[in-house]
Ligand binder design. Structure first.
Ligand SMILES: Cc1ncc(COP(=O)(O)O)c(C=O)c1O
Length: 381
């Protein structure tokens, strides 16, 4: 049997990880500023994480949602505390797309409507509803096509207001606090406040997609928190399990649950909860949100000094370096010449999504390599 070949990959076999470093099968060490796509939040093989998962595995790995799983309640309490939304309710799933799917469904159950406002440049996942609110026709299969999505230009408050005036049946507005796949584009605080006020006015549901920009990455738990307003539903996944597949939605108190309304086989299993608890414990004990703000702030300031760079965007440890076309080679050079993993976004943005305990020394290592990468190539005679 062959693999279904959908991923363009680098010919590197990573076999080990420690903190912000990974190692290939030949023993080469890499600095991981990609975090396996914003997933590694507390560093590879963090000792507390490994021990907690190991201990749990020796007890029980999985049982279904038909019995009491006290770890779920412990996770809800810890998440409520660390995220500062103690009165919200938790529903556990397995991935980011599943979180979005359930958020949109819950909104529609809540107000009985079908239309969703989503933004240009948005990425919300690949399952049915998630891909329909994503702004990329190439990954929308005919079966996913729908008239229920109203596409509004990102950060355009007037266009959002118009959308509400022209459509009486808007169920929800979904927005990433910082667009990831869209190239690290920060939602303006005014825009997020406008969404809050329009959702209040028209009884629509404000869904904050925190799958990539959430979980402390920006220095606040949800990046939408910078606007000082609460969303009705927050989605999360990537950093939540530090690599163990888990996602969730955090749901405002006004939503009423009923038996059978939402459900999943694997969501909230013992092992996933142990992983998520370990992550939150480390985030809390090691002040990782503060570290993300400090080291990220340092990186952003230093990167802004490079005159070759078109623009540096982002917050905390979610950083986009917008490069001119002549530096299209930069990401590959960082990886193959300097052994540094970074992410990318089209057309030419380098994305930094490292673990939240990245050190200033790691940041300096990257800045040194970045300086080298930007130097004009020496012509050998
Ligand atoms: C903002 C955002 N939402 C949702 C998703 C989908 O998450 P998953 O790949 O876990 O389904 C992603 C994935 O990249 C994302 O960046």
């Amino acid at each position: 049997m062959k693999l279904f070949n959908v991923y363009p990959i680098n010919a590197i076999n990573i076999v080990k990880g420690v903190g912000s470093n990974v190692f290939d099968d030949k023993g080469t060490e890499y600095l991981d500023l990609y975090g396996g796509h914003a997933v590694i939040s507390i560093g590879h093989t963090h000792p507390h994480y490994v021990t907690r998962l190991e201990d749990q595995l020796h007890k029980i790995g999985f049982y279904s949602n038909s019995i009491e799983i006290p770890l779920q309640q412990q996770l809800a309490e810890k998440l409520g505390k660390v995220s500062g939304k103690q009165d919200y309710q938790l529903f556990l799933v397995n991935s980011g797309a599943e979180a979005i799917e359930n958020a949109l469904k819950l909104a529609s159950f809540h107000n009985g409507r079908k239309k969703v406002v989503a933004f240009t440049g948005a990425f919300h996942g690949r399952t049915s509803l998630a891909v329909s609110v994503t702004d990329n026709p190439k990954i929308v299969a005919p079966i996913n096509e729908t008239d229920n999505v109203i596409r509004v230009p990102f950060n355009d408050e007037a266009a959002l207001e118009q959308a509400f005036l022209q459509n009486e049946d808007i169920s929800a507005v979904v927005i990433e606090g910082i667009q990831g796949v869209g190239g690290i584009q920060v939602a303006s605080e005014c825009m997020l406040q406008k969404i809050r006020s329009l959702c209040d006015k028209y009884d629509a549901v404000f869904i904050a997609d925190g799958v990539q920009c959430g979980y402390g990455r920006t220095g606040k738990f949800y990046s939408q928190d910078f606007a000082g307003v609460n969303a009705d539903i927050y989605t999360m996944a990537k950093g939540m399990g530090n690599g163990f597949p888990i996602g969730a939605i955090s749901i405002a108190p006004k939503f009423q649950a009923s038996f059978g309304m939402l459900g999943t086989t694997f969501g909230g299993n013992h092992l996933a909860c142990a992983a998520a608890l370990a992550v939150l414990e480390v985030i809390e004990q090691d002040n990782l949100m503060q570290n993300a703000a400090e080291v990220g702030g340092y990186l952003i300031n230093e990167l802004k000094k490079f005159k070759e760079v078109k623009e540096v965007r982002g917050r905390g440890l979610m950083i986009g370096i917008d490069m001119p076309a002549e530096f299209a080679h930069a990401k590959k050079d960082l990886l193959f010449k300097h052994h540094i993993f970074t992410g990318e976004a089209k057309p030419n943005v380098i994305r930094l999504l490292p673990a939240l305990n990245l050190t200033k020394a790691h940041a300096d290592q990257f800045l040194e390599a970045f300086t080298q990468v930007l130097k004009p190539a020496t012509v050998l005679s």
